[in-house]
Design a protein around this ligand. Structure first.
Ligand code: OGA
Ligand code: MN
Length: 290
């Protein structure tokens, strides 16, 4: 489906998630264009732009339209621009950043709204990013599973990824500041759309709150598999100048690590979020008449 708005074209990327926004230069946005982009962001969970030419200051200026910038504690910053994090993988490097399905910042009490990732240098082929709708993931569950999950909370942490003894792989800085832990509902009410979204991720969720790791593992394992199902997802192939801006409360993402021998360099700005709370319990279904 294509929607035309103020000369911009909004083209959905897949049935459940993502839209590409064509015909806009992010350096020259009018307020009307920005409002249309914000609406597309709320509707589609992740939005994509092509052929943008943004200096770090222009990237920052676009980001500031959305809210305050979250200065990343763990990523190396672009020289002279602490607000812009580098997401870099060098040709000889094995591990990448974000190479499993995950939700950024779920370890924070108030998780970031999302990130604006801008491609500077990309491999000739590979290095795509996948995004999966957590609205679609929730909607596809049975009523019984929904009812169960609506009562659960989960513990999230940054320590096992970014911390001293974590699986850091030399990718991140400041392990001593990986002290964040948070408890969030397993199903959140999205602060912009009001829709219910699944909110557990294999990257940062530790266990169901009040449950042991052993008790949690089977259900969480099933949910992690479910969250990233192909039907809920879209796959974005980068070119230099491409941008993806995703909503951490609506989608999970996954950076494919399939381009050994090539450099990939992205600039990322993260926007602060707002508090999240539990999705409302659904009304108890009325028993069907015999
Ligand atoms: C991130 C991330 C995805 C990518 O920056 O949080 O997961 O494709 N990046 O680089
Ligand atoms: Mn990420």
């Amino acid at each position: 489906m294509t929607v035309l708005l103020l000369g911009m074209k909004i083209v959905r990327s897949s049935p459940n998630v993502g839209a590409e926004i064509l015909g806009v230069d992010l350096r020259l946005l009018t307020d009307g264009e920005f409002e249309a982009i914000r609406e597309a962001f709320t509707d589609h969970g992740v939005i994509f732009f092509r052929d943008q030419d943004l200096a770090p200051d222009e990237h920052i200026e676009f980001a500031q339209r959305w809210g305050d910038i979250n200065v990343n504690r763990f990523f190396t910053a672009v020289d002279g621009h602490p607000q812009v994090a580098e997401v870099r993988k060098e040709p000889g490097q094995l591990a990448n950043i974000g190479g499993v399905w995950h939700t950024d910042h779920s370890y924070d009490q108030i998780p970031a709204l999302g990130s604006i990732l801008y491609a500077r240098e990309v491999p000739p082929v590979g290095g795509d990013t996948m995004f999966a709708s957590q609205y679609a993931a929730f909607d596809a569950l049975t009523d019984g599973m929904k009812e169960t999950l609506l009562n659960l909370w989960a513990d999230h942490s940054s320590r096992h990824v970014f911390g001293q003894d974590g699986d850091n792989n030399g990718l991140y800085n400041n392990p001593s500041s990986a002290t964040q832990d948070a408890v969030h509902p397993v199903v959140i009410e999205h602060p912009l759309s009001g829709r219910a979204a699944l909110y557990v991720n294999v990257g940062f969720t530790l266990r169901l709150h009040g449950w042991s790791h052993h008790e949690s593992a089977p259900l969480l394992g099933w949910l992690y598999e479910h969250c990233g199902r192909a039907e809920f997802s879209t796959r974005f192939t980068w070119r230099p100048g491409s941008i993806a801006m995703w909503d951490n409360r609506a989608v999970q993402h996954y950076a494919l690590n399939d381009y050994f021998g090539h450099r990939r360099l992205m600039h990322r700005i993260t926007i602060e979020g707002t508090p999240i709370g539990p999705a409302r319990r659904q009304p108890r279904p009325v028993a069907a008449a015999a």
